[in-house]
Design a protein around this ligand. Structure first.
Ligand SMILES: [Zn+2]
Length: 71
């Protein structure tokens, strides 16, 4: 099971009818490395980022799956 963590910071960088770019930081719950991710949200998921959302990522340092809560 992937561990969950809460984004330490996230920001919607750009958004239009085709999708959105969201940048976020999170501390890996396994190795505690401060990861930075830029994720693309497709148009069909744009409504999700209007509220709290979760994204699945892989830590760049330890390679483990992490679920990041953005809220
Ligand atoms: Zn890690």
């Amino acid at each position: 099971m992937a561990k969950k963590t809460i984004a330490t910071n996230f920001n919607v960088d750009s958004k239009d009818e085709t999708g959105a770019f969201v940048s976020l930081n999170y501390d890996c719950p396994y190795c505690h490395y401060d990861n930075y991710e830029l994720i693309l949200i497709g148009a069909s998921n744009l409504d999700k980022i209007a509220n709290d959302f979760e994204t699945d990522q892989v830590c760049k340092i330890c390679g483990k799956d992490v679920i990041i809560e953005c809220r």
